[in-house]
Design a protein around this ligand. Structure first.
Ligand SMILES: NC(=O)c1ccc[n+]([C@@H]2O[C@H](COP(=O)([O-])OP(=O)(O)OC[C@H]3O[C@@H](n4cnc5c(N)ncnc54)[C@H](OP(=O)(O)O)[C@@H]3O)[C@@H](O)[C@H]2O)c1
Length: 295
């Protein structure tokens, strides 16, 4: 028999997960949120689900998702009475399973299911679209793991099992791949602002570059996708950038320099630069004057 799913926290992830699970044939039986209207609105989108209190969700469901903010997971787990055999799962990328300890003490199985995706709260026409082809990181008691893997596959996503000690690294990788790309585009547009171009126009110019770079990484991997002054060993151009950023946009200088170091390591490790080129770029990053261009 299909597991009866319950949702506590009718926010962005709770809503997306509930409607997708229901669309995939997993019955969502009850939904709770502190604001009852929120639970009602979500339950209305789910056949057979009813708005409920958190305790009622725990009483009705075999598989309960705590889709509340990270900081609320421990508090919600503490106040609800859990029972042996049911499963209690959070969806945080950063949190360990420690906040779920009271549920484990009551005999429940505990786990984490982190969808590696951004949920902004929009209601998609196809609820499974947002999960299609994404990865969901799982950490769970051994008896719960196959149940979560089955749900992830039913959603059209890929499960990856996360060792507990790797969680911070896993989450940092997600931040690098997503949040910091956003920050880099913000800084790049801020540079255009210094020569009088508004952000919208700057992003329209810069985004095709970003998209192509991302496509190139997908097609041939990071080393082969690298372009620009560092992979050419062009220390003089890197030096000019450092001077320009220090003058016009100091907020971009440290991120530029840190990423230049990382880019240099990538190019050097891939054998794309001679030791002399590596040394020349490293010297300008350390503050040396730019090398004279060969005449
Ligand atoms: N958004 C994303 O892109 C994303 C991606 C992957 C994972 N996650 C993770 O998914 C979890 C939920 O994130 P979210 O973005 O969906 O958050 P969210 O949109 O803020 O939704 C959280 C919901 O939990 C409810 N809530 C808050 N405090 C509560 C409490 N003490 N007791 C019961 N319900 C409470 C809130 O509704 P009421 O005010 O009605 O209670 C709110 O709608 C977090 O662990 C987050 O790290 C988020």
């Amino acid at each position: 028999m299909m597991e009866q799913v319950g949702i506590i926290g009718a926010g962005r992830v709770g809503s997306a997960l509930a409607v997708a699970a229901a669309a995939a044939g997993w019955p969502v039986v009850a939904v709770a949120s502190r604001q009852h209207a929120r639970a009602e609105a979500l339950a209305a989108r789910l056949p057979g689900a009813r708005p409920a209190t958190a305790q009622e969700v725990a009483d009705l469901a075999d598989l309960v998702f705590l889709t509340v903010p990270d900081a609320a997971i421990a508090q919600v787990t503490r106040v609800v009475r859990w029972r042996a055999g049911q499963a209690v799962v959070h969806t945080s990328g950063a949190e360990s399973l420690a906040p779920l300890a009271p549920a484990r003490a009551a005999g429940a199985l505990i786990g984490g299911l982190h969808p590696l995706q951004t949920f902004a709260g929009a209601n998609e026409a196809d609820p499974l679209r947002v999960f299609a082809g994404i990865t969901c990181a799982l950490e769970a008691d051994a008896a719960l793991l196959p149940r979560l893997e089955a749900l992830v596959r039913a959603l059209g996503a890929r499960p990856v099992v996360l060792p507990a000690e790797a969680r911070a690294r896993y989450h940092a990788a997600a931040v690098l791949a997503s949040n910091y790309v956003v920050t880099l585009l913000h800084l790049a547009a801020a540079l255009w602002a210094t020569f009088g171009v508004d952000e919208r126009t700057a992003l329209a110019a810069l985004l095709p570059l970003t998209r192509r770079a991302v496509d190139n990484v997908a097609a041939c991997g990071p080393a082969a996708a690298l372009t620009g002054p560092i992979v050419r060993g062009d220390a003089a151009t890197v030096a000019k950038h450092l001077v320009a950023l220090a003058e016009a946009c100091p907020a971009a200088l440290a991120p530029y320099a840190a990423l230049a170091e990382a880019t240099l390591a990538l190019a050097a490790d891939a054998g794309l630069l001679s030791p002399e080129q590596v040394a020349a770029v490293r010297a300008v990053l350390a503050g040396a004057p730019p090398p004279a261009r060969p005449s």
